[in-house]
Design a protein around this ligand. Structure first.
Ligand SMILES: CC(C)(COP(=O)(O)OP(=O)(O)OC[C@H]1O[C@@H](n2cnc3c(N)ncnc32)[C@H](O)[C@@H]1OP(=O)(O)O)[C@@H](O)C(=O)NCCC(=O)NCCS
Length: 435
């Protein structure tokens, strides 16, 4: 292996360990748990399994995308609902689907600056517990009602309500700038880039086959905790329940498009499903790890976030962020032993791979003389991705870091690139290294 020559200023941030809950389809095993419950489960278990005294930890950085009702600071709740000392400082981060990558890179920055020696970074999501909002008019009327002094005033407010005002408003996965859902935006990308339904379904089959094979080989056993399922706690959720070992191209090609029913190509089979779950990492300074005699899983070598116009290709952020992260790492795509690209939709992965390899994209969009290059399929999402494993928005980044570093170790390899596309037309990329 090449000698490590860290390009990042400051101290090197080591990932000591990572853990996640099983990722389960929303409304199934975790339907009675909130994101905070799921986060607390994984943080407690991660700290316990580390064998480190809770006093080792000095900070928690945690995130979720869909907010929990009435709890705004999931980061601090992770401290208050765990065995960590109350003196551990904490904050919450949000970067849509890249939220727990943000938690990890923020922790790495705190370590680099010398502000933190040992942090927990992660995220959680419960789509099962998504808040349902009252309509704006109902909310206004409820405020008026609370101010009404007489029965007549109260009746007047109540009688001014229309039936339509009572309709609940679920949170929408809609991009405010365009009014399009993530699925509709991915559908547009498929059309613009000529991504066929067949190519999407082929990628999805591979995701399921590889995830199922990884489970069968025991690769995930040490990175996925077991969760007793409430309310009866009489059974355990021990594995992801979205992976289907028996997924076939024939079964996928029979599914009907969801976001454009007439001409579309995106189905429940080639999109990431709505998922509940949580994931967390221990991020420590290299010196502290050495002093404690710990062998890190690996290091965060470099990262980058990038934005583009949401009216362009909403989920193409990885193609913008990856070149910057690789430049910052002092490495090229060809140096990467593994690439893990978050699979929001197969169409989004294929569009990004196309952009990675396109000279026109490099010249016109990035102002670079040459494209990053093609990714060898044998190095890409080798243990499956979010289509098969599920995508609890706030937890996916931390899941990817643990999964990829453990695979690098298994293969005795050195470098990996992770990418995530996120709402708001953001892209995230992280370069990981082992020594
Ligand atoms: C696409 C989406 C609408 C589908 O939701 P859903 O209809 O609840 O999906 P289901 O799991 O019920 O699957 C629908 C059908 O496809 C089938 N299916 C799904 N995956 C399959 C697979 N791998 N193999 C075979 N069949 C599959 C299901 O069995 C089901 O069949 P049925 O209707 O006969 O029961 C939902 O997952 C979604 O919104 N995903 C996108 C989330 C998103 O936007 N994320 C943001 C990314 S950044």
């Amino acid at each position: 292996m090449a000698p490590i020559d860290s390009p990042r200023p400051g101290r090197r941030a080591a990932v000591i360990a990572g853990l996640r809950t099983p990722f389960v389809k929303a409304g199934t095993d975790f339907r009675d748990l909130s994101a905070i419950d799921l986060g607390a489960l994984v943080v407690n278990e991660l700290v316990a399994r580390s064998g480190l005294p809770p006093s080792t930890f000095d900070s928690v950085i945690f995130g979720q995308v869909v907010p929990s009702k009435l709890v705004t600071l999931i980061g601090r709740e992770m401290v208050l609902r765990s065995q960590l000392p109350r003196s551990v400082e904490a904050y919450t981060v949000a970067r849509a689907c890249a939220t727990s990558l943000q938690a990890a890179t923020s922790a790495a920055d705190q370590v680099a600056l010398g502000h933190s020696d040992c942090a927990i970074a992660g995220g959680a999501e419960s789509i099962s517990d998504a808040p349902i909002f009252a309509s704006r008019r109902l909310a206004q009327k409820l405020v008026e009602l609370s101010k009404a002094r007489t029965l007549a005033q109260r009746l007047s407010v109540i009688s001014s309500l229309k039936l339509a005002d009572l309709r609940p408003e679920p949170p929408a996965l809609v991009e405010p700038t365009t009014g399009l859902s993530m699925g509709q935006s991915a559908e547009q990308m498929a059309q613009k880039n000529g991504i066929t339904r067949l190519a999407q379904d082929q990628l999805s089959v591979l995701s399921h086959q590889r995830a199922a094979a990884a489970w069968a080989a025991g690769k995930f056993d040490a990175e996925v905790m077991h969760v007793a399922v409430p309310p009866r706690f009489d059974r355990t959720s021990a594995r992801d329940n979205i992976v289907r070992a028996d997924t076939t191209l024939e079964a996928l090609s029979a599914l009907r498009p969801v976001f454009d029913r007439k001409y579309g190509t995106i189905t429940a089979g080639n999109a990431s499903p709505l998922t509940d779950g949580a994931a967390a990492l221990i991020v420590m300074s290299e010196e502290k790890a050495r002093a404690l005699g710990l062998t890190p899983l690996g290091y965060i070598r470099a990262y980058a976030y990038a934005g583009l116009d949401p009216r362009d290709q909403l989920l193409q952020g990885p193609a913008y962020a990856a070149p910057i992260a690789l430049d910052r790492a002092g490495l090229t795509l060809q140096d990467m032993d593994l690439v893990d690209m978050h699979e929001a939709f197969a169409a989004q992965v294929l569009s990004n791979l196309q952009a990675f390899a396109s000279r026109t994209f490099a010249e016109k969009q990035l102002g670079r003389p040459a494209p990053l290059g093609e990714i060898d399929p044998a190095r890409l999402n080798v243990n499956g991705g979010s289509i098969a494993l599920g995508h609890p928005f706030g937890a996916t980044g931390a899941r990817m870091i643990t999964q990829t570093l453990r695979e690098l170790r298994r293969r005795q390899k050195q470098f990996a690139l992770l990418t995530i596309c996120a709402a708001g037309a953001l892209g995230a990329a992280v370069v990981l290294e082992r020594e």
